[in-house]
Write a protein that binds this ligand. Structure first.
Ligand code: ATP
Ligand code: MG
Length: 588
């Protein structure tokens, strides 16, 4: 049955909701698609639910097409499997935890790796059962620190999550590739512009990982792309091109110098230029090696200091560092910590005090730019003194490298050395190779061809289904309202009965019936006593791509077809309107 505006559970709003910062949030609320219940928790009204179901249908069709099987897990989960995987602690404040009447702990699932792993373990035991891919479209719960932008970042949201199970890495590669291709088809059909970026495997561990980002100014994810080749990566995952090692021969010996009152890079560079001028060029911040000490807090509550050496013209990027040390949290290295590590002289920390071989024993990781043979000015571990011509590899070594320095526009692309630029996006989907992390933790093993027990290799793949509704609106709207891509529109045609005469309403109903008979979904604005102007405005706000206006022209046997996307209108004869509209809708 066609939807009728006179009875549809809908109230469009002329005013923007006060809490809405981004267009999709404003428009989805104003056009009556969603309604807020509490921060990050929304009700899907009839029109919104139709769009959400359309997204689900597209996702379902593409998942089924790669042979993934749908099932449905509960959202209410016992905490034990999450304790076994370590995620009960890792997720921290981000999970909703609850206790039942008997005192048993539960949580509302933020994602379901554990449950999938345990269920496959329950039911399967042989290599013959693999490969296997399972998925669900289900509500997830995360107590996000900053729920924002309506359904874009909710605390309750719909996710499609799937998991692949293979006997070995080669199998995982194939499963991953199949999912990746399905995601390309899903996001092509959803109708927004997106990029695929390299990502960190994050809290999940594992190896290969890519994100599908909807390109959008309002996006919370900053990614980096090459201005020349196809390289694109999440800022957390950007790799620094490692410079070739420089031979040490002929480099001057390191020498410690008095540099009074130079605790910052700026004061140090000024002092160097005044007292130790170079022949070739002035000293710059990039000639200095800055050593930053932080404290890591591990999920089990233990603390561990970590020192990071970066060129002095760069800051340590909190997000990049955070991604590298996950699941540990980075907290400040405070005065108390300094007082407990007397080998560290604030403002003058140098490699001599760092590393497992250094006087403090603090683990020391270097930015990859600090390659063997590079020369640095850095702290001498004595107040007011620095060491000049300290050569990496010759005079000091660290415990390894870390990608934690800030990424800048103009940095070299790791693949082709051309300049990188930054852009913003919304994470819509994520594919990653879990490897054996969960199978190992939860004991998912099967017998291989030789009767030997082997650990199953897994992949995990998510799509933000409810987030996609908002992302589609971000990419498809104008000043008047939403402009749905056909596949997502709540209906195919929006008929506006614009006039007072009964004839107008009768004709609108007839057209509606005929279109429905052709299999189209129809919304009729049959409200009496509502002006044509208001109806037109509502039709633009609601955003159905094809609008039929039955109005003044009816007396001459004409109605108008309006394309919401191009705003083009044309008059057609009443007898032809059904065929015309069907052709348009089917034509895309
Ligand atoms: P984000 O970095 O945006 O917090 P995530 O990396 O934590 O997302 P995943 O665990 O990879 O998210 O979840 C899979 C997909 O679920 C994401 O790609 C995203 O589209 C969607 N999603 C995640 N968190 C939310 C949320 N709070 N609200 C709506 N959708 C979400
Ligand atoms: Mg993710």
């Amino acid at each position: 049955m066609a939807l009728h505006m006179s009875s549809l559970f809908l109230r469009t709003l002329r005013e923007d909701p006060v809490d809405a910062e981004v267009p999709s949030h404003r428009l989805l609320v104003r056009a009556g698609y969603v309604r807020r219940v509490s921060p990050g928790v929304y009700t899907w009204l009839p029109l919104g639910l139709r769009v959400l179901r359309n997204v689900e249908r597209i996702v379902r069709e593409e998942m089924d097409a790669i042979g993934a099987q749908e099932l449905l897990f509960p959202a209410l989960l016992p905490k034990e499997p999450f304790e076994a995987s370590g995620r009960y602690a890792e997720y921290g404040d981000n999970i909703f935890r609850l206790t039942d009447r008997k005192g048993a702990g539960h949580l509302l699932g933020p994602t379901h790796e554990e449950l999938f792993t345990l269920t496959v373990k329950d039911m399967y035991s042989s290599y013959k059962d693999l490969p296997l891919a399972l998925y669900q479209i289900q509500i997830k719960y995360r107590d996000e620190a900053r729920p924002r932008a309506g359904v874009l970042r909710g605390r309750e949201f719909v996710m499609k999550d799937s998991y692949s199970f293979d006997i070995d890495e080669a199998g995982l590669d194939q499963s991953y590739q199949r999912h990746r291709e399905a995601y390309v088809r899903i996001f092509d059909r959803l109708g927004f512009h997106y990029v695929i970026v390299q990502a960190m495997a994050g809290a999940m561990g594992g190896s290969k990982s890519e994100e599908f980002l909807a390109t959008a100014e309002v996006g919370e994810d900053t990614y980096v792309r090459c201005t020349s080749c196809g390289y694109a990566a999440n800022v957390e995952a950007v790799r620094v091109p490692v410079p070739d090692a420089v031979p040490y021969d002929g480099l001057p010996a390191a020498h410690v110098e008095d540099t009074p009152a130079t605790p910052t890079i700026g004061t140090l560079v000024d002092h160097l230029n005044e007292r130790f001028p170079r022949d070739d060029r002035p000293w710059a911040a990039g000639d200095t090696l800055k050593n930053v000490v932080v404290m890591l807090e591990h999920p089990d509550g233990t603390r561990e200091p970590l020192a990071i050496g970066v060129p002095g013209d760069r800051e340590v990027d909190e997000k990049r560092l955070g991604a590298q040390v996950e699941p540990a949290e980075v907290v400040a290295f405070d005065e108390l910590a300094f007082s407990q590590n007397t080998a560290l002289v604030k403002g003058y920390i140098g490699p001599g005090a760092l590393g497992t071989e250094g006087t403090s024993g603090i683990r020391y990781l270097l930015d990859p730019r600090v390659a063997d043979g590079t020369r640095w000015v850095t702290g001498a571990n004595v107040a007011g003194r620095h060491v000049i011509d300290l050569v990496a590899g010759r005079d000091f070594t660290a415990d390894g490298t870390i990608e934690a320095a800030e990424v800048r526009v103009g940095d070299a692309c790791p693949d082709c050395q051309h300049a990188l630029e930054t852009a913003r996006g919304i994470e819509m989907g994520h594919v990653f190779q879990l490897g054996t992390k969960y199978a190992e933790a939860l004991g998912l093993k099967v017998l291989d061809q030789n009767g030997k027990l082997v650990t199953v290799v897994m992949g995990s793949y998510g799509v933000g289904v409810s987030r996609a509704v908002a992302a589609v609106v971000e990419g498809n709207h104008d000043a008047s309202g939403i402009i749905w891509p056909r596949e997502l529109s709540p209906v195919d045609v929006h008929i506006v009965a614009a006039g007072k005469d009964d004839q107008v309403f009768v004709a609108a109903e007839e057209i509606s019936r005929d279109l429905e008979a052709q299999g189209l979904r129809v919304l009729v604005d049959d409200r009496k006593g509502v002006s044509p102007g208001v109806k037109f405005k509502d039709s633009e706000l609601v955003g159905v791509p094809t609008i039929v206006v039955v109005g003044r022209g009816l007396a001459e046997g004409k109605v108008e077809i309006k394309d919401r996307r191009s705003n083009e209108r044309r008059e057609v004869a009443l007898e032809e309107v059904v065929a015309e509209v069907v052709r348009e809708v089917r034509g895309g």
